[in-house]
Design a protein around this ligand. Structure first.
Ligand code: NAP
Length: 290
């Protein structure tokens, strides 16, 4: 039987806004049972209502967790595993941009923690369920901003990364977290080969969302000025939905997509040794076996 989302269970993180919310609408519109992860109960309820209204599918559930802590990620995985059966599609999407360096309660630089370590830990905690549910897919939302990134294994917490010109440093740190998404996908795909579970990642394009608006007036002014030139969130979700739903991608594993096409990421993002080293370092940081 060819791949269809009808009746399958999808978990979408960061589905209370922007690209994630529109991805959830798209997947629910294809007949999936969609579980959305948010961190704020009111925003999650409002997103659920919007997803049900716009998809015409009321099989939408919410789970709550803050991904800036490893405990939050573990809480979400436990809640999913205890309340839901199969998992056919995991969309790692929740993300942030911080203009200034912030540190999480676990002592990690916040962009690296939310954008990479949460993707990594959540996927690892749900991996057995994904394998049991095969065919299944992991879709991670990366970015072409990965081309600005520079993954320094001796400075994963960006103690030096924010140095230099402020906006440039922040873009480099964000880009590095998105480079980590692609390297994670590459190593995950290698490990999943032959299991019936695939791992791919996407660049949604430049999209007018709430991304960056947590950075005070500067963040709101910059995002407000760029807004007219950017895609709508629904357009930005198209590639995530495509990679999750397209039957013809059933055997595509470890690829990077933009505008619904495979694209070659940067040479750093194709470095298998770097992907393996990041996997090992991430395993140590989150406290699981590599
Ligand atoms: N927008 C772009 O141009 C663009 C381009 C390339 C890649 N991306 C990527 O697309 C993804 C989605 O971003 P977006 O543009 O849709 O931004 P957005 O509108 O700000 O949505 C981000 C989502 O992530 C959630 N989130 C943020 N921090 C979280 C935390 N600590 N714990 C749990 N959830 C958290 C947010 O929850 P709240 O609703 O509670 O804030 C929201 O649901 C990100 O991975 C981003 O890097 C975006």
């Amino acid at each position: 039987m060819s791949w269809t989302l009808e009746g399958r269970t999808c978990l979408v993180t960061g589905a209370t806004s922007g690209i994630g919310q529109e991805t959830a609408i798209g997947l629910a519109g294809e007949g999936a049972h969609v579980v959305i992860a948010g961190r704020d109960p009111q925003r999650a309820d409002a997103a659920r209502e919007d997803i049900v209204r716009n998809s015409g599918n009321d099989r939408v559930d919410t789970l709550l967790a803050d991904f800036s802590s490893l405990a939050g990620v573990r809480k979400l995985a436990d809640a999913f595993l205890s309340t839901h059966g199969a998992l056919h599609v995991l969309v790692n999407n929740a993300g942030i941009v911080n203009l200034r360096r912030e540190v999480t309660e676990d002592g990690f630089e916040a962009t690296f923690a939310v954008n990479h370590l949460a993707y990594f830990l959540l996927t690892r905690l749900l991996e057995t369920r994904l394998r049991e549910s095969a065919p299944a897919r992991v879709v991670s939302v990366a970015s072409d901003a990965h081309r600005f990134g520079r993954l320094d294994l001796d400075d994963l917490q960006s103690e030096r990364g924010y140095g230099g010109i402020p906006l440039v440093g922040a873009m480099r740190v964000y880009g590095t977290s998105k480079l980590a998404n692609i390297l994670f996908t590459r190593e995950l795909a290698r490990r999943l080969a032959g299991s019936g579970v695939t791992a791919n990642c996407v660049h949604p394009g430049p999209v007018a969302t709430r991304l960056g608006t947590n950075n005070g007036t500067a963040g709101r002014v910059v995002t407000g000025l760029l807004r007219p030139f950017f895609l709508t969130p629904a357009q930005g979700a198209e590639t995530s939905i495509y990679v999750a739903a397209a039957p013809e991608l059933e055997s595509v594993n470890g690829a990077y997509f933009a505008k619904k096409r495979q694209l070659e990421p940067s040479s750093a993002a194709r470095n298998d040794d770097l992907a393996r080293s990041l996997w090992e370092a991430s395993s140590r940081l989150v406290g699981i076996e590599a």
